[in-house]
Design a protein around this ligand. Structure first.
Ligand code: SF4
Ligand code: SF4
Length: 438
């Protein structure tokens, strides 16, 4: 596994030295090339991991200029880290790409030709969007309005009206799944129920307490998964704490050249979960899981829900209803290439009697969602999505399961667009349904 230098603690000179040292570790063997989605699609060395590392080294050592081509080749990278997971020399590619984007951001402040590139401008737009979505309180207020817009059908109007940036608004709204509200202790019906409770007690014999990480977008668009996680954890004996002070994981900033802002968000999260007496911070989105795992959480373990559940209980003692369906499993890059925990969703789903659990073909290739990639590089993202939909159709599955909210929204929007009735959901949601969650 690649070791990551701590760029946030390094001075500018040390940062540059670290970057050059790390890029020097690439021996240009090319073993990563067949695993790189952009190299597969574009067949260009500059859009391969080896080519990008050579470009980063060239810019860091000032042998080549930081120009439009450099910005574009870096922007086309999905940060999927498939290259890193197969590199025999354990080159920390993710670190190199994030540092290169930081260099681009700094250069853009003084170089108009860099600032004006399409790639930089689209990144800037998504960074501004990030500033908006990384504020959970705002998003919590948005839930009810989005629900109303969806129920009334007015959301379709927003997709058609050219009031700001029609393509962008359409792209985002197209991904929006049906809005679901947080679980509540009481069955009392309310108009616009409140946000998440701070504590969900275990039912039955208590085994411990865990913290649940909500994320930013996921707390709105993937409440069904978060509800399912609470249901299953409570049912097997774990109380769930949801500190109100938690915020976005910072991944959006980390990959857009602003690691300082990502570190700032992480400080909030560390403070929110500190001293809450939890055994682990549970994540239901593997993208957030990577960012938390690679940050300082103050010594609290971070664990993907599927992995935690497999180790948490003797499943022979839990009643799970059978489901005679074919379930195809998509491996998010973050779970497969970075956390190396892709095996756990399969193990979890195999607990469901009669379920036929199979892997989606070409699971080593990114689906194209990749944070804000689907907005910034729509042509490439759509080609990657098409590959996934073809593979899914060939599998004959009725359900597509994935452990990352971004992948889930991206693939579900692609399936909706072709009128497919394949449901896309998180493994813990399926398990919770089979355990009796209403
Ligand atoms: S596999 Fe590693 S060492 Fe080989 S070209 Fe790719 S990044 Fe460089
Ligand atoms: S992170 Fe993914 S897209 Fe970027 S160079 Fe590596 S394999 Fe290619």
């Amino acid at each position: 596994m690649a070791e990551y230098p701590d760029s946030n603690r390094a001075s500018a000179d040390d940062s540059s030295k670290q970057l050059i040292e790390e890029s020097n570790r690439c021996v240009a063997c090319g073993l990563c090339l067949p695993h790189c989605p952009t190299y597969r699609l574009l067949q260009s060395e500059a859009d391969s991991p080896r080519g990008r590392i050579a470009l980063i080294h060239g810019v860091a050592t000032k042998r080549i200029p930081l120009n439009e081509q450099f910005v574009q080749h870096l922007d086309r990278c999905l940060s999927c880290r498939a290259c890193e997971s197969v590199c025999p020399n354990h080159v920390a590619y993710g670190y190199l790409a994030d540092e290169a984007r930081k260099i681009i951001r700094i250069a853009a402040a003084s170089q108009p030709q860099v600032r004006q590139t399409d790639a930089f401008q689209s990144r800037l737009l998504t960074t501004r969007l990030s500033a908006w979505v990384t504020q959970p309180a705002r998003l919590e207020r948005l839930r009810g309005w989005l629900y109303l817009l969806q129920k009334s059908g007015a959301i379709h109007l927003f997709r058609k009206v050219n009031f700001w940036n029609r393509n962008l608004v359409d792209k985002i709204l197209r991904q929006l799944p049906p809005i679901v509200f947080p679980r509540m202790k009481t069955n009392k019906k309310r108009f616009f129920p409140p946000a998440w409770q701070a504590f969900y007690p275990a039912t039955g014999e208590e085994k411990g307490t865990v913290g649940l990480f909500l994320g930013c977008i996921a707390r709105i668009t993937d409440a069904e998964t978060l509800n399912a996680a609470i249901f299953v954890l409570n049912r097997i004996g774990y109380s769930v704490r949801i500190p109100t002070g938690q915020t976005c994981c910072g991944a959006l900033y980390q990959h857009t050249g602003e690691p300082e802002k990502a570190a700032q968000l992480m400080r909030h999260n560390r403070a929110a979960f500190a001293g809450s007496g939890i055994r682990a911070i549970i994540t239901t989105a593997s993208g957030c899981g990577v960012q938390l795992t690679e940050s300082d959480t103050g010594g609290v373990m971070v664990c993907d829900i599927s992995k935690f559940l497999m180790d948490a209980v003797d499943w022979d003692t839990i009643t799970i209803k059978p489901l005679a369906k074919t379930i195809t499993v998509h491996d998010p890059c973050s779970l497969r290439h970075v956390l190396h925990d892709a095996v756990y969703p399969y193990r979890l789903l195999k607990l469901i009697p009669d379920a036929q659990v199979i892997a989606l073909a070409n699971n080593d290739q990114c689906c194209g969602a990749a944070g804000t990639y689907f907005i910034r590089q729509p042509a490439l993202a759509d080609r990657l999505l098409d590959d996934k939909i073809k593979a899914l159709n060939q599998s004959g599955a009725q359900l597509l399961v994935t452990s990352n909210v971004g992948c889930s929204m991206h693939m579900a929007s692609g399936l909706r667009a072709i009128g497919s009735d394949v449901e896309v959901l998180h493994p813990v949601t399926l398990l919770a349904r089979q355990m009796g969650m209403q």
